[in-house]
Design a protein. Structure first.
Length: 186
């Protein structure tokens, strides 16, 4: 299989990044992770890039020309698919246009419900019986692109924001690789 070069964008813990690194070691998995981007220099997830000798870049999203530099890096590593994994910034319309249909994101809710931040707390406040996670294509509107796959998770009465986040993260680690396989028709 000829694998595609992928770049993973993170901001925090990077458990999805680690999971995708492990999956991409499999020769039947369609991507190789060639670059990791973080907007946060203290993101714990950067350690997974370091440990696995994957090049990484810290971007300063407050600088005016950061997307220009970013596009250069993506070109340099011949990146053809971008996976957002806990990346907490919004990409510009122009950037999204350049990678149309090639940017994926994972969101910890059953989209279109609960777009945006503080998902789990809002779900609990509304006494929902189910939540879950969604992998979708990224378009110009937040958490609104075409859905690739979703997984439902039952909420128990005892669930807190932390326990629900943990439960959903376990499912995210199964869902993201599955969604990538689906995008490649595998
Ligand atoms: C995940 O719940 C993801 O859905 C959300 O942010 C969290 C990132 O977790 N967008 P990690 O950094 O991959 O551990």
């Amino acid at each position: 299989m000829v694998k595609k070069n992928a770049c993973i964008f993170i901001s925090g813990a990077g458990s999805n990044l680690n999971n995708l690194i492990l999956r991409s070691r499999d020769y039947t998995f369609p991507i190789n992770i060639k670059l990791v981007i973080s907007n946060n220099s203290r993101a714990k997830g950067l350690n997974y890039a370091k440990k696995n000798l994957i090049p990484y870049k810290i971007i300063n999203t407050h600088s005016r020309d950061f997307e220009h530099k970013l596009l250069k890096d993506l070109k340099r590593y011949n990146i053809s698919i971008i996976c957002l994994a806990g990346y907490m910034r919004i990409l510009s319309k122009n950037f999204i246009k350049k990678f149309k249909g090639k940017i994926l994101n994972i969101h910890p809710s059953l989209l279109p419900k609960y777009k945006g931040l503080n998902t789990h707390q809002r779900v609990l406040n509304n006494k929902e019986k189910y939540s879950g996670c969604t992998v979708h294509f990224v378009n110009a509107r937040l958490d609104s692109g075409k859905i690739i796959l979703q997984k439902k998770v039952k909420i128990s009465k005892k669930d807190t924001e932390i326990s629900l986040a943990k439960k959903i993260l376990v499912q995210e680690h199964k869902l993201y690789p599955k969604a990538i396989l689906k995008v490649f028709n595998l």
